[in-house]
Design a protein around this ligand. Structure first.
Ligand SMILES: Cc1ncc(COP(=O)(O)O)c(C=O)c1O
Length: 375
């Protein structure tokens, strides 16, 4: 069996939760959604959580709720999945990019400040690979008038001395993804957390066509009125039941990912050609959605390693090409290579090794031996 870089970890409890929901009265918009939202909010130590049909839908809604629109810029990390930037473009705002720091692979107050302009309306720091980005420092750099939406797609279960990622101590909102390779899964799904009841209401309306949550006119008690243009971005009850069940094991999943990362560190510490993923600082917990190594010899050596590992059934991946280098970004906004040199240097050498809770010790040893042998 090939060893993937990531995969879901499901057990009989998850299957039972889904089956019970299928046998119940609600397939969608029933009680399971609210239960999952409440449990997720508790896990993040935050008052409100709003479930979405994907992390991408959550980012779209969060950028909308933050007020991004034509003439604005939405500033995110160059090193991320395109969805972190696309959410601005959906609303007519221009996605712009901050470079990463060489030692954390995350944006910082310094790199965000360097890319900030008068038009920046929303900043989307990404907790890349599950390592919390310095949101307090970014808040200090952007001031109180720019909204911060954390892209926490990789970071459910990670924390900092300020609390869990998603607590929104320094940000307006945080967005999570429940795609199968993510810390917990609902197949497709996402969640947005916030401390602000007005933002919660805007998120909920955007998720469901822009409709008010309840009837507003006494004469027409059946009528939920549309006040903004929304979408159908709802998470189903079936998915929410799966998410609620998975959430019970989030802590164990993240612990296991940390144990896998520790083993990689011990076993690859003396491989000089590889730079290993930055660790979390004291008092923080890394989510290790990914365990990335960077080949110091650059693109050709990384390509050889990628190919040879695949020949041995080890399916590593590359996360990510700097977003502005996608053809659509170059064609639409005129971005050229060289915009964010650290993200490009990183991209030349990066490779994500298998890291997921059900990776067996034996399979991890197979990966370690292969990497040591090939590098
Ligand atoms: C950093 C980041 N943001 C956003 C997303 C989008 O999440 P989803 O796949 O749930 O739409 C992903 C998914 O891979 C991601 O990695």
């Amino acid at each position: 069996m090939p060893i993937p870089y990531g995969r879901q970890s499901l057990d009989d409890r998850d299957v039972q939760a889904v089956v019970d929901t299928l046998r119940g009265d609600w397939l969608t918009q029933g009680p399971a959604v609210a239960e999952f939202e409440q449990a997720f909010a508790v896990a993040c130590d935050v008052p409100y959580a709003v479930a979405f049909s994907s992390g991408t839908a959550g980012l779209h809604a969060a950028a909308f709720a933050a007020g991004a629109g034509p003439g604005d810029e939405l500033l995110t990390s160059a090193l991320t999945f395109a969805a972190s930037a696309n959410c601005g473009a959906y609303l007519g705002a221009k996605p712009t990019f901050a470079d990463i720091e060489r030692d954390t692979w995350n944006v910082s107050g310094r790199t965000v400040a360097a890319a900030l302009t008068e038009r920046t309306r929303v900043v989307v720091p990404v907790h890349f690979a599950g390592l919390p980005a310095p949101v307090a420092e970014i808040r200090a750099a952007v001031g109180p008038d720019v909204a911060i939406v954390e892209d926490a797609a990789h970071a459910a279960g990670a924390w900092t001395p300020d609390g869990p990622v998603g607590a929104c101590r320094h940000a307006e909102m945080a967005v999570f993804s429940f795609h199968p390779v993510k810390p917990i899964t609902t197949a497709e799904g996402g969640m947005v957390t916030t401390r602000d009841a007005t933002l919660r209401d805007r998120l909920a309306a955007f998720r469901s066509h822009g409709l008010s949550p309840t009837a507003e006119l006494e004469d027409e008690p059946w009528l939920r009125r549309q006040h903004v243009l929304g979408f159908n971005y709802r998470l189903t009850d079936v998915q929410s039941a799966l998410g609620r069940s998975q959430l019970r094991r989030l802590d164990a999943f993240v612990e296991r990912r940390n144990a896998i990362a520790r083993r990689y560190r011990e076993a690859l510490a003396d491989v000089d050609a590889l730079e290993l993923a930055p660790a979390a600082p004291h008092g923080s917990r890394h989510g290790y959605h990914l365990f990335v190594v960077r080949h110091r010899e650059g693109a050709p050596a990384r390509r050889r390693l990628y190919d040879r590992l695949r020949e041995r059934g080890i399916l590593c991946q590359v996360h990510y090409v700097p977003v502005y280098r996608h053809p659509w970004y170059a064609e639409t906004f005129g971005y050229e290579p060289g915009l964010c040199p650290e993200a490009e240097r990183y991209y030349e050498g990066c490779l994500s090794l298998p890291c997921f809770p059900t990776l067996t010790d034996d399979d991890q040893e197979t990966v370690i031996e292969a990497v040591r042998d090939l590098v």
